[in-house]
Design a protein around this ligand. Structure first.
Ligand SMILES: [Zn+2]
Length: 433
């Protein structure tokens, strides 16, 4: 029994599959065939030397927006996946019942895997916000039926609870999302932001296993203990006690960085109070792709910078999101029989400057640089993203960086690989003839 691919001698961190240490990882037929300290090279089609590299399961980004050409926020994941190691992209509510079919069609064209959280609003994230201002769009029966008919794609319900999105509808969209999720047997992912409602109003309604994204938001109202409140309402690090209690009760905390959902001082207060995020997601979309998020490994570096250990960070982008959403077949692990989704990184030991959504800076002493990303045992090819859409606001610095990149890529791809001296005479001629 031989293998299609053998990643040899890498430093494996696979918390879900139980492999931590130096291993060979073998792939056959698009699946993990074996993981062992030393596997036979006999007849292996391709051996890749992974010594000195970090090898992990393909990353699972639990909060992304990958419905381009149909929504304000959407991006194509493939041009980012190949250099970031993210092989499963969970779309967090881009599509509702009216638009899920078109998300499915888009996902069929991607090389990466897509799972979806169905927006409780049937119109999803077509526009920048406001999808819950009209309660007629939050049709419980329709959402339940849509999930039942799309259980291969949908693994949860998404609801954005902030003032701009809900208008005057209070907690009703969240209540409806919870009814749908209970009926479908899936979790709710709730986005928190600027009130109304406040964070404690939201958290009080969540069940164990439900997910609060933007969990370290600097904008969400009621995350910190208010100075005026009594002694019982706060905890170490100045967090509101509702936050600590929800975490202890089994509500899952997800980073969901995005353009406004992550603040260093909030995550630091949470870690001090023992409120460790279960999952690290990027909330990558068209407005944060060129900063401050860039990609999931950059978000992971921010959690390393505030002191989360590397193996915990890896778990939070592999097995933890896979379990939270009940993703099938061993996704997020290197268990034998799981899809051969694999990421290979160099761990760069160098100081890296990082910013949160509010341009506050922290420094990490290392970061992961992706070297290769495999989906079902095949490496993703390099690919450039499409230019940003005209409604995406960018600074002049972002625009000129994009122009510079285009020039460099053009230069790289149009410069001949070798000069005339590097060529062989392809059809040798006898000069005397
Ligand atoms: Zn989002």
């Amino acid at each position: 029994m031989t293998y299609d691919l053998l990643l040899a001698g890498g430093d494996v961190i696979d918390p879900g599959g139980g492999h931590i240490g130096r291993y060979d990882v073998a792939v056959r037929g698009g699946r993990i065939a074996a993981v062992a300290p030393s596997l036979s090279r006999d007849g292996v089609r391709e051996v890749v030397d992974a010594r000195g590299k970090l090898v992990t399961p393909g990353l699972v980004d639990m909060h992304t927006h990958v419905h381009p050409a149909a929504t304000y926020w959407g991006i194509d994941p493939d041009p980012i996946a190949w250099y970031s190691g993210v092989t499963t992209w969970v779309d967090a509510g881009s599509a509702g019942a009216y638009t899920l079919d078109s998300l499915r069609a888009a996902a069929c064209g991607f090389r990466v895997r897509v799972a979806a959280l169905l927006n409780i609003s049937a119109v999803g994230l077509t526009a920048a916000d406001g999808e819950l201002r009209e309660l007629a769009n939050c049709d419980v029966d329709l959402a339940v039926a849509t999930i039942a008919a799309n259980r291969d794609l949908v693994c949860g319900v998404k609801v954005r609870m902030d003032g701009k999105t809900i208008g005057g509808n209070g907690l009703e969209p969240l209540r409806r999302a919870l009814v749908v999720a209970s009926a479908a047997g899936v979790p709710v992912m709730v986005h928190i932001g600027v009130a109304p409602p406040t964070v404690d109003e939201v958290l009080r309604l969540l069940r164990p296993g439900d997910i609060v994204t933007h969990c370290a938001s600097g904008l969400a109202s009621g995350m910190r203990r208010s100075p005026a409140s009594g002694a019982g309402s706060g905890t170490a690090g100045g967090l509101a006690s509702a936050v600590v209690e929800a975490h202890a009760a089994g509500v899952l905390f997800d980073i969901g960085h995005g353009s406004g959902g992550f603040a260093f001082d909030v995550i630091e207060a949470q870690l001090k109070a023992g409120v460790v995020p279960h999952t690290i997601s990027s909330d990558l979309h068209a407005r944060c792709l060129y900063g401050p998020v860039f990609d999931l490994p950059t978000t992971m570096a921010k959690l390393l910078a505030v002191g989360m250990p590397l193996d915990q960070v890896i778990a939070a982008v592999t097995v933890n999101p896979a379990r939270a959403l009940g993703l099938p077949g061993g996704i997020g692990t290197l268990a034998v029989g799981a899809p051969a989704d694999i990421a290979v990184f160099t761990v760069e030991d160098a100081e890296v400057e990082l910013v949160d959504a509010h341009q506050h800076r922290r420094y990490a002493d290392r970061r992961l640089v992706n070297e290769a990303t495999y989906v079902a045992g095949r490496p993703l090819p390099a690919q450039l993203p499409a230019p940003p859409k005209p409604w995406i606001p960018l600074t002049e610095a972002q625009r000129s960086a994009l122009r510079l990149r285009t020039e460099r890529v053009r230069d790289l791809l149009t410069t001949p690989l070798v000069g005339p001296d590097g060529l062989a005479e392809q059809f040798p001629r006898r000069t005397s003839a």
